[in-house]
Design a protein around this ligand. Structure first.
Ligand code: TPP
Ligand code: MG
Length: 770
């Protein structure tokens, strides 16, 4: 084990102090010095930063290699900014503008911060788990020969202890155990405090058991060097110390040396007298704050000892607010030092008034050389990388043949054809699914491309010559990552795979499938993926009540509304296979386009007669969100507007009504999401003098001004009812507002008013004179 020079340890300690100072000052400046224009609280977490400054100094200025990637707990963002400030990659202006518009963000953000942020964080738990999937992606890329072994890095998560209550962490480590993940360091800032209070004692022994049983090494850093030596010499004192509850310990840290003394005297009586004599109150308090997570020697040693690829959980004991006046106080999560306290802290940190922002303020000449050398070494490892886009040619995707098809079956067919055709795109597609690979029609693709496992896994059923439509062997060349049933993992997997261009310089085209209703199960992880601008294709099927007898509990109603409100995710809902092929092709292009985004395809198991096309005119409209499947007459008074799997009902109703309602049109909506975005963008554009109408304005302007629209979707009616607001047309919204009843399609469509009768009645009502 390579031991760092003593001077490095001393320099790291100085940098620990610098980080604690700069993070506290950045937050203080934003709250107490910068002018507030709106009177709103700015906030920030001085205590959460103080508890982790040593940890981050040890990592960023010592232990991290150039290919290592880190997810920093959200409320330690100011520490990360301070690190890059010391490295020269962050500006003073951005720090002065912390939590301001365009300034350093509250929580580390890949897309909004100017410094290199490996993983955004904010929603606790997710930043932790994504590192595991990123590590899996690294294994995937090296196994596929797309990355050199030598370029492998470690994935580090800096975790608040209360963050460990988030279930997504355990879902992730269970999945990780199946895939034999490695190169992970998860480091808990074990300050035993959450947002509201001190955290429950009962779980502490359990966390390490849980991780160990998932194949992790657990390293507990409870004591710093000095405290360990002192307690080892005083077994009774040590035994007493270890009985203290989280709340008692925190309270003692807050109360300080005199209280420590009184408590020890009360507990141990005379036997502690000699020990206590050796320390004045300040020294006693300092001794007991020497926990593992604040002791540079212990940290550096522990990191050096874990230099293999075994996934490792470090439990680093710390004090929330270490070194600050509210250290250990249970209410300190959002605590801010007042100006008087800040002045005292500044003086204690050796910072002169007026020199608060000077990076190396307070560091004497002798120490400076060592500190500068450490910074220089660390700088090289932390440059911001440019994003890799546009490297892969996306071919035209042929439309599967068949007069009747479901979009779900067509999806499987398109991927299968692409696999057979081969090529760069096919080779860079990674599919993944939480145990619904077969039932979402990915099976044929997987038969072709195989499952991915680092260590080969035979298909026992195939070996035994037992007939099965699915080949289920895994190799390190496979392209499908099979997940257990945990939708949060699916989205984190898509997030990690969708960032492969950014993290590893290798573009992957991740395709994830699940049942539409279960999007809700992983919603925050999906939002997290989009927020980081990860790029993927999400295929949700079956959807709506159209799955009929297959199960009321699996009927989905609101995902189109979710998609309508989800930035970074484009919803397409095709009715026909040719639309789907166009959308998949487009989605793959969007993955590899700097201005692109991710796509959500909502598909159905209902087989329907395919549209007869003359020409390709529909295609552009379908990709823009809608097109006239049956053109309206000039100034028509009514139109049917339908989306997805209910198109046969819309077409039948159109056939039936078009004699009686002259000029009746049928608008096929393929993306309410895109139509809505276009509409609001055009409105915003008009304020800037742009006159271009949006796609939906253009489509609806073919109708008479007061025309009626009957909207129809196997989804919440609000997905389409807003269309009436575009040009002030009247709307009869048909859709699904309740769920849970199984039945045949005819029964369900009649019950939920998605059938021909409902459309006819709605059209009639709209055409009645007001
Ligand atoms: C999913 C989610 N829920 C709630 C919050 C609000 N929140 C932010 S920090 C925090 C407590 C964190 O405590 P801990 O993880 O122990 O971090 P510490 O500040 O003690 O280091 C909470 C509840 C959040 N950011 N994300
Ligand atoms: Mg905590």
């Amino acid at each position: 084990m390579l031991q760092p020079a003593t001077t490095d340890i001393e320099s790291l300690k100085i940098l620990d102090d610098r980080l604690r100072w700069l993070s506290a000052w950045t937050i203080h400046h934003a709250n107490h010095i910068r002018n507030s224009t709106d009177g709103l609280k700015v906030g920030g977490h001085q205590a959460s930063c103080a508890s982790m400054s040593a940890l981050m100094a040890a990592l960023y200025f010592h232990a991290l290699g150039p290919n290592d990637r880190v997810a920093v707990k959200p409320h330690a963002g100011p520490l990360l900014h301070a690190i890059h400030y010391l490295l020269g990659g962050q500006s003073r202006e951005a720090l002065e503008n912390f939590r301001g518009f365009g300034g350093a963000q509250s929580y580390p953000s890949r897309t909004k911060d100017s410094i290199p942020v490996d993983f955004s964080t904010g929603s606790v738990g997710l930043g932790v788990a994504i590192t595991l999937f990123a590590s899996l992606m690294q294994d995937y890329l090296t196994a596929h020969g797309r990355m050199d072994e030598a370029d492998r890095g470690r994935f580090v998560a800096l975790i608040g202890d209360a963050e460990l209550d988030e279930g997504n962490i355990y879902e992730a480590i269970i999945e990780g155990a199946k895939h034999d993940v490695r190169n992970l360091w998860w480091i808990i800032d074990y300050n035993r405090q959450s947002l509201d209070a001190t955290s429950a004692d009962r779980m502490f022994e359990r966390f390490d058991e849980i991780f160990r049983s998932c194949g992790w090494r657990v390293v507990e850093l409870r004591y710093g060097r000095k405290l360990k030596a002192a307690l080892d010499a005083q077994p009774k004192l040590k035994a007493w110390f270890e009985t203290l509850s989280n709340a008692e310990l925190s309270a003692l840290h807050y109360q300080g040396g005199a209280t420590w003394r009184a408590r020890i005297q009360a507990a141990l009586g005379k036997s502690a007298a000699a020990f206590l004599k050796g320390y004045d109150d300040a020294a006693l308090a300092a001794l007991f704050t020497d926990l593992g997570g604040h002791c540079m020697e212990s940290l550096v040693e522990a990191f050096a000892a874990a230099d293999d690829d075994v996934p490792t959980l470090f439990i680093a004991w710390t004090i929330k607010g270490f070194g600050l006046p509210f250290a250990g106080h249970k209410d300190n999560h959002s605590g801010l030092m007042n100006p008087t306290q800040m002045t005292a802290f500044r003086e204690a940190m050796g910072v002169r008034e007026g020199e608060e922002w000077a990076p190396l303020e307070g560091i004497g000449d002798n120490a400076r050389t060592g500190v500068e050398a450490l910074l220089e070494r660390a700088r090289i490892a932390r440059d911001k990388r440019s994003r890799a886009f546009g490297s892969v040619a996306v071919p035209a995707l042929p439309v599967p043949a068949g007069e009747e098809q479901s979009t779900q079956a067509a999806f499987g067919r398109i991927l299968l054809d692409l696999s057979k055709a081969g090529g760069e795109l096919a080779n860079r597609i990674l599919t993944t699914s939480p145990d619904v690979t077969v039932s979402t029609n990915l099976g044929a693709w997987v038969n072709q491309r195989g499952l991915f496992r680092r260590s080969e896994m035979a298909d026992i059923f195939a070996q035994e010559k037992i007939a099965s439509a699915q080949k289920w062997s895994a190799t390190n060349n496979g392209q499908h990552v099979e997940l257990g049933i945990a939708e949060s993992n699916l989205f984190l997997m898509l997030a990690a795979a969708g960032l492969s261009g950014d993290l590893f310089g290798q573009r992957l085209f991740p395709v994830g499938t699940l049942y539409d209703p279960f999007i809700a199960r992983g919603l925050d992880a999906l939002n997290y993926a989009c927020y980081q601008d990860a790029r993927f294709l999400l295929v949700a099927t079956p959807s709506g009540i159209t799955l009929g007898p297959e199960g009321g509990a699996h009927q989905s109603i609101n995902p189109p509304l979710i998609a309508l409100g989800q930035p970074g995710l484009r919803h397409y809902e095709p009715a026909f296979a040719d639309e789907l092929a166009a959308m998949m092709e487009h989605a793959f292009r969007l993955i590899d386009d700097p201005a692109g985004e991710s796509t959500y395809l909502r598909l159905s198991t209902r087989s329907i007669a395919q549209a007869e096309r003359t020409g390709n005119g529909w295609r552009e409209g379908a990709l823009a969100g809608g097109y006239w499947l049956r053109e309206p007459g000039a100034n028509a008074n009514a139109a049917i507007v339908a989306m997805g799997a209910v198109m046969p009902e819309a077409l039948a109703a159109w056939e039936e009504l078009s004699d009686d309602v002259p000029g009746l049109g049928l608008l096929a909506v393929t993306s309410p999401d895109l139509l809505h975005r276009g509409w609001t963008a055009a409105q915003a554009g008009r304020w800037k003098g742009e006159r271009q109408p949006s796609h939906i304005e253009h489509l609806l302007s073919r109708l008479a001004p007061g025309a009626g629209l009957v909207t129809l979707a196997d989804a919440a009616p609000a997905s389409l009812s807003w269309l009436g607001g575009v040009l002030g047309q009247r709307v009869a919204p048909l859709g699904v507002e309740k769920f849970g009843q199984t039945g045949s399609l005819a029964d369900l469509y009649a019950t939920y008013r998605l059938d021909g009768d409902a459309i006819t009645e709605a059209v009639a009502e709209l055409l009645l004179p007001a």
